[in-house]
Design a protein around this ligand. Structure first.
Ligand code: AMP
Length: 310
C-alpha cells in the first residue's frame, strides 16, 4: 500500500468503520494484470495485515477476502448482462491501462462491473474512495439504477465519499500523474512501510519548480501543492495555512519528511507484529467472510430471482 491508497481511501475506511462497514481485499481484481500465483498468495494476507495495521479493527468492522465470498463472481455475471461494451470501453482507467499493454485481458475491461458487485452486494450507501475511482462509482450508480428500473428495486444506489485533502496524491517525481504502485519511478511513490531514510530521500528529492515561492496553487505549482496537501492531511491545517509558514522549499520538505516518518512509524510496528501471526490473520478473514456471505447471499438471490433465474 502506498501513501495515496492510505490518504485517498484507507484512512477514510478507518474513520467510517462500524458494524455495517465491510472491507475486502480484492484478490479477484488482482488477476486483471499478470501476477505470479505465489506472489498473489503472499500479498493477499499481507494486504490484510496492512489494513489492520492502518487501523481497521475486526472487532468493529468486517474484513474479508473477495474470492472467499462467491457471490462477488456470481453477481458479476448478472451485472455484465446489464452493462454495455461502450460504457466499459469509455472508462479512463481502462483506456490508460490497455494502451500500455498488448493483448490485455477481458477482465481489465470488465473490472468495473466486478467492482459494482462488490459494492451493491452489501447495500452500501457510501463508498470511501480516492478521486481516481469516481468514474467507476458513477458507473456503479448507472448499473444499479438500470437494474432497479428494469427488474424492480433490488439495489441501494451508492455515493462516493472523498477526503477534503489528498483525494488524489500525485507522484513525487511526476506531479501530473497520480501516485501509483505500478508505473511510477522508485522515487515517486512513498510506500507505507518505507524506511525513514527512504521517506526522507523521496521527499527531499520531490520535483518542485524554479520560482522558489511556497504557494498552494495546483495550476502552476503542482509539485509544491502535492507536498502541501500531503502535509495538511496529517495536521488540522489547510494547505494554504501551511504554505504561509514557509519561505523555503527545503524547510517545507524537511518538516514534511519528519512528520511522515513520525506518523507512519506506528503503522510499521503494528504491521511487523501482525505479519508474524498468519493464523490470526486467517481467522480474521474466515470470520469476516462468513459474516460478509450472510449479507451478500440474500442480495445476490434477490437479484438472480428478479432477473428470472429459478
Ligand atoms: P488501487 O491502488 O487502484 O488498488 O486503489 C485502492 C484505493 O486507493 C482506491 O479507493 C483509490 O481511489 C485509492 N487511490 C489509489 N491511488 C491513489 C492516489 N494516488 N491518491 C489518492 N487515492 C488513491
Amino acid at each position: 500500500m502506498h501513501l495515496g491508497n492510505y490518504l485517498g481511501a484507507v484512512r477514510q475506511w478507518v474513520g467510517a468503520q462500524g458494524d455495517e462497514a465491510y472491507y475486502c481485499v480484492v484478490d479477484l481484481h488482482a488477476l486483471t494484470l499478470q501476477i505470479d500465483p505465489a506472489q498473489l498468495r503472499a500479498q493477499t494476507l499481507d494486504a490484510v495485515a496492512t489494513l489492520l495495521a492502518s487501523g481497521l479493527d475486526p472487532q468493529v468492522c468486517t474484513v474479508f477476502i473477495q474470492s472467499h465470498v462467491p457471490y462477488h463472481a456470481q453477481l458479476n455475471w448478472l451485472l455484465e448482462c446489464v452493462t454495455t461494451y461502450g460504457e466499459l470501453s469509455r472508462m479512463t482507467q481502462f483506456k490508460e491501462k490497455a494502451s500500455r499493454q498488448d493483448g490485455y485481458r477481458v477482465g481489465l475491461l470488465t473490472y468495473p462491473v466486478l467492482m459494482a458487485g462488490d459494492i451493491l452486494l452489501y447495500g452500501a450507501e457510501e463508498v470511501p474512495v480516492g478521486d481516481d475511482q469516481r468514474q467507476h462509482l458513477e458507473l456503479t450508480r448507472v448499473i444499479a439504477e438500470r437494474f432497479n428500473h428494469r427488474y424492480g428495486v433490488t439495489f441501494t444506489v451508492p455515493v462516493a465519499t472523498q477526503p477534503k485533502v489528498a483525494a488524489r496524491v500525485m507522484d513525487l517525481q511526476e506531479p501530473s500523474r497520480k501516485m501509483s504502485k505500478s508505473i511510477s519511478s522508485p522515487l515517486g511513490t512513498i510506500f507505507m512501510f518505507d524506511s525513514p531514510k527512504d521517506i526522507e530521500k523521496k521527499i527531499m528529492k520531490a520535483v518542485t519548480d524554479t520560482d522558489g515561492e511556497v504557494r498552494f496553487d495546483w495550476e502552476s505549482k503542482p509539485g509544491i501543492s502535492n507536498l502541501l496537501e500531503i502535509y495538511a492531511s496529517f495536521t488540522n491545517e489547510t494547505p494554504e495555512q501551511i504554505a504561509h509558514r514557509y519561505h523555503r522549499y527545503g524547510d517545507l520538505k524537511r518538516d514534511l519528511a519528519q512528520l511522515l516518518v513520525e506518523s507512519l512509524a506506528p503503522h510499521k510496528v503494528r504491521y511487523e507484529a501482525l505479519v508474524k501471526d498468519p493464523p490470526y490473520l486467517q481467522s480474521v478473514v474466515a470470520d469476516g467472510s462468513l459474516k460478509a456471505a450472510s449479507v451478500a447471499g440474500p442480495v445476490y438471490s434477490r437479484a438472480a430471482s428478479a432477473m428470472g433465474l429459478i
